[in-house]
Every structure is written in C-alpha cells, then in structure tokens.
Design a protein around this ligand. Structure first.
Ligand SMILES: [Zn+2]
Length: 187
C-alpha cells in the first residue's frame, strides 16, 4: 500500500544526513539532482555505507543489486548488457520506465560503466520511498491495522508496538520486473 506516515521530504532529509555522515560533505551541496559520484565524490563502497544508514533509520533492507543485474538474472545473460559492455535497447527501455525523469541521461548504446554516476539523490529517495510503500495493510504480529510513527522515520504498530516489516529492495525490483514484463512483454 502507499503510506502517508513518512513524507518524501523526510526521506530526503534522512538521506542528506546519511550522505553528510558518510561523505563528509556540506549539507548545502546536496541537491535532489546531485550525482552521488560526480557531484558529491562518492565511491562505490560509500553506497554500502549510505544504504546501511538508511536501513538503520527506516528499519528496512535496501536493494543489494541494481536493476540491470536483476534483468540479467531474470531474462538471461546478455539481456541487459551486451558483449561490449553496452546497455541493450531493452534495458534502456526498462530503466526509462523505472527512473524516467530521475535519469535524463539514459540513452541507447551507453556504456554500463556510465550508470553509477547517474545515481542521483532523487533516485535514492525514490528507492527508499518504494520500499516504504510496501508497508503491509496489517501488522504481521497482531493483525491490526494501526500503523503510526512518532518521529516521522520509523513506523510501528500502534496496537502491539511491533516495528513495521517492509519488502526488501531486491524483492521489490524482481516483482516490478515481473509486472512490467507481463504488461509490456519486453523480453
Ligand atoms: Zn501489531
């Protein structure tokens, strides 16, 4: 379900905090359109650190693998990245559906190595928001529908106090790919 306890603005704030703590950059430099790598100086290991901080803050599991890896796993080797390390047209089509305006530089024939630099603050906000929206209707512990949040970051059951459990990021991507494939028959 889509949830309203944690606002998108709050997700942005928490992400900024995680970025400041990990990269030691000034908060004023962090814009929604900032590339983590090109604008904020992140290296690949920093993403693990940022993800970990987000997981701790929101009580969720971020995706360990990017969409492209899931495409290859689901639709076969070479389905997302060709022998020359370039993105296939089908992969581009899927990425455009998923990230649209958040990754305006996506274009046919681009090298897979160009992708990490396209991860922006806003695309990470989207990733967290998607996971938050996997909040189940009912608490898995007591079965009541009484979600609440005292701090606007963590969701817990107002009835029994149990923390919310979300679908993990990788499972969400797989479910999304399955749904898009059923609807559009890309592969
Ligand atoms: Zn409960």
């Amino acid at each position: 379900m889509s949830q309203h306890l944690i606002t998108e603005e709050k997700v942005f704030e928490e992400l900024k905090k995680a970025i400041v703590e990990t990269l030691r950059v000034d908060e004023s430099l962090i814009k929604r359109e900032s590339s983590l790598i090109n604008d904020l100086g992140a290296e690949s290991l920093d993403f693990l650190d940022i993800n970990y901080r987000l997981e701790q803050a929101f009580g969720m599991k971020m995706a360990r693998h990017f969409v492209l890896e899931h495409i290859e796993e689901m639709f076969g080797e070479g389905s997302a990245i060709d022998e020359d390390g370039r993105l296939t047209d089908k992969a581009i089509e899927l990425l455009k559906i998923r990230f649209g305006n958040n990754m305006p530089q996506l274009q046919a024939g681009m090298d897979v190595d160009e992708i990490p630099a396209m991860v922006t603050v806003q695309s990470m906000v989207q990733g967290v928001t998607d996971i938050l929206n996997s909040l189940p209707d009912k608490c898995s512990n007591c079965g009541n529908t009484a979600w609440q949040s005292d701090d606007g970051v963590k969701i817990k059951c107002g009835s029994c106090g149990e923390g919310a459990t979300f679908t993990n990021g990788d499972d969400l991507i797989k479910a999304w790919l399955t749904k898009v494939q059923e609807e559009k028959n890309i592969f």
